[in-house]
Design a protein around this ligand. Sequence first.
Ligand code: NDP
Ligand code: MG
Length: 382
Amino acid sequence: MKKIAILGSTGSIGTQALQVIAEHPDLYEAYVLTANSQADLLIEQARRFRPAQVVIAGESLYGRVSEALNDLPIQVYAGADALEQVVQNGEVDIVLTALVGFAGLRPTVAAIRSHKQIALANKETLVVAGELVTQLAYENHAAILPVDSEHSAIFQCLMGEQSEIEKIILTASGGPFRKFTMDELKTVTPAMALKHPNWDMGAKITIDSATMMNKGFEVIEAKWLFGVEAADIQVVVHPQSVVHSAVQYRDGAVKAQLGVPDMRVPIQLAFSYPQRLASSFDRLDWYHMTDLTFEAPDLDKFRCLALAFEALQRGGTVPCVLNAANEVVNLAFRQERCSFLQMPEIIEQTIASTTFIANPSLDDYFAVDAEARRRALSLLNH
Ligand code: NDP
Ligand code: MG
């Protein structure tokens, strides 16, 4: 029986992880559940899955959650610091980082320092501090297993291989605006961007997919997870999202991983590796899978992807600034305070005007993140 801490159990990944646990009650136990604002859903999950501990990050909701669960033997905590504490619990085997944004960095580092296995959904952690986090994981013998579908695909293509890889083929759906002209991109609204063609995800990553910043983040994530240079990661637009990604070896052979777009598959593998477990999820229908297409991404139209490649090349705190500015404009766009095409502009200007540190410490990342957010906000309000 593996005990799992789900950070962000009320989100898209978190709720699907609970479905995986519910399919295998003999193998997995939801030991810790955490939420930020959705107190009622957290209470409902806790009453059903009976974790030992829950955390509501939004402190004002503590009373509501603790009262609703006071007839059960569940410890209730509140606040961001509690996230760091619960992952260190000696009973916890696996920490699923399914919370969104920079908020994932501290608890992920705490979990790694406690030698936990990490099922990593929170890609922002590797975007911001990939070098530091992967080094810490190495020193603490903490395995990081990817949950992101592309990285799980790459991980699966690498299983059983000893040879060096030539390159990674990172597939991208291209998002809902793949065929839009620059003029059409000017008119994009949040409602339009929140409709992803293939995946049903949280709001923040759905907007990142529409700008292709998500793919840029995934390039950075792939570099740290698999130790490949940016030049050896090729982004290929594949609108059907059937090929989840591929690896090309030195003899020219390419191994790809295919499947129905369903995040429960990579979540389950991150829990069960090196085993594969049975699942009741949908299977590919090979006779109706016509027209699998592949094309190059348009880096002029999707500037965010180009900015991410540049950030990775420059290194140091630049990817941290990229992430911070992106979190600011992503939220502003959803609140109609920023247009679709303004997002990359503000990110680029924030990178140009924020402190650069070549070899940052963890504290440096926090300082630079805060500075970049202030810069991006002031650029936005100009
Ligand atoms: P959601 O927005 O659906 O869920 C986010 C979760 O994190 C919620 O439980 C939310 O709590 C919690 N949360 C939000 N902010 C904070 C905070 N400041 N402190 C603590 N908890 C917080 O996101 P997704 O599930 O879509 O994404 C989660 C992560 O997984 C992201 O990093 C994303 O990039 C990555 N990912 C997601 C995929 C997907 O298919 N959804 C695919 C690949 C990667 P509450 O709801 O209670 O406010
Ligand atoms: Mg992905």
